[in-house]
Design a protein around this ligand. Structure first.
Ligand code: ASP
Length: 341
């Protein structure tokens, strides 16, 4: 006869099996891991770098840092020191990182330092603070072994800035689709033909089922000096909750900050929405505030839950994202509300 202790022991062993059976009966997918997802088609190269870490059984935190460093090393309109400057001709970088324990670190308005994501990680790991800005962030970076770069604009940035100076209009027409004229997944362009958008946000889940995320950007091109967008703000440009999922964003940062965008997406997932549904609800929240204004701008959210399911939603057509797992390595089109262009 089964005694009570033995019965409890057997029930405990059976519980996970029953739960698994139940979840399949409910149509829930098996967990996909490891996996990394990132904003835009530039995310393909970023994912490849993150995948080196994940496929070697590494941590999601190390993976997202490695991925972000990849794009910080390239000449890109909107990330790293090769990015477009602010209206005073200075490149200022924003970045943040967050791990499975809700540890997080960020830098904003950082000048002449090549890898803001690694400085953000250092802020997270070596200080009691979350965000360092401007000269203080740079001082911290230098004290922690990062080198001071020249501050010279990349050739691309120089050209775009010279062009912008002709009109000096701040006009972030972000990511309105230009696919017809510029080929598939072409970056989006200002009226003068220069791309103004490619902020990198990436989310990863490792083999241990832990989530982390990172964001890195030079922010909106030709912004006011000192302007900080959503990208380095935890809960706006990035949020990770290891019980539920993670989210990141790209687009007009002010609109994302107003609704605490990525925190909102994660909370919607906590309520049971899929990543895509959660992103859609956050986009709708922005549109509800000012529908006409929303028609003139882009914001895209990208999210992943603890099953490794992912999804995105954007205000406008044209937001794309990249996914890498054992099952796939490709770019997806995000769903959207307006197809104005
Ligand atoms: N979200 C970024 C910012 O507002 C811009 C972007 O996504 O390109 O700075």
């Amino acid at each position: 006869m089964l005694n009570r202790r033995k019965f409890l022991h057997l029930s405990a062993l059976a519980a996970p099996l029953l739960a698994a059976k139940r979840s399949f009966a409910n149509g829930l997918a098996e967990t996909t891991k490891p996996i990394v997802i990132s904003t835009w088609d530039s995310g393909m190269a970023v994912n490849a770098e993150a995948w080196k870490v994940l496929s070697a059984n590494g941590k999601a935190l190390d993976a997202v840092e490695a991925g972000a460093r990849q794009i910080e090393d390239t000449i890109n309109c909107c990330v790293g020191l090769g990015g477009y400057p602010d209206r005073d001709g200075i490149v200022t970088l924003d970045s943040c990182i967050m791990d499975e324990h809700a540890n997080c670190g960020a830098v904003a308005g950082l000048e002449r330092i090549k890898h803001p994501v690694s400085v953000a990680r250092r802020v997270m790991e070596k200080t009691p603070h979350v965000i360092l800005v401007g000269a203080g962030a740079q001082q911290f970076a230098l004290e922690n072994g990062f080198s001071l770069e020249t501050g010279a604009l990349s050739e691309d940035a120089k050209k775009a800035y010279a062009e912008w100076l002709k009109k000096t209009e701040y006009k972030p027409v972000i990511n309105i689709e230009t696919r017809k004229t510029n080929g598939p997944f072409a970056p989006k362009f200002f009226d003068d033909g220069s791309p103004n958008h490619d902020t990198m946000g990436l989310l990863a889940m490792d083999n241990a089922n832990n989530l982390s995320g990172a964001v890195t950007t030079s922010g909106m091109a030709f912004k006011l000096h000192g302007r900080v967008g959503d990208s380095p703000i935890i809960g706006a440009g990035l949020f990770v909750d290891n019980e539920v999922g993670a989210a990141t964003s790209s687009g007009v940062g002010e609109e994302v900050i107003r609704i605490c965008g990525t925190h909102l997406v994660v909370e919607f997932m906590r309520q049971g929405l899929s990543p895509e549904q959660a992103c859609q609800k956050a986009v709708e929240r922005i549109i509800k505030r000012d529908r006409e204004k929303a028609k003139t701008m882009q914001v895209g959210f990208l999210a992943m839950n603890k099953n490794g399911e992912y999804g995105a939603y954007a205000i406008q057509r044209g937001f794309v994202y990249s996914v890498k797992s054992d099952k796939e390595n490709q770019i997806h089109n995000s769903k959207y509300i307006f197809a104005i262009n």
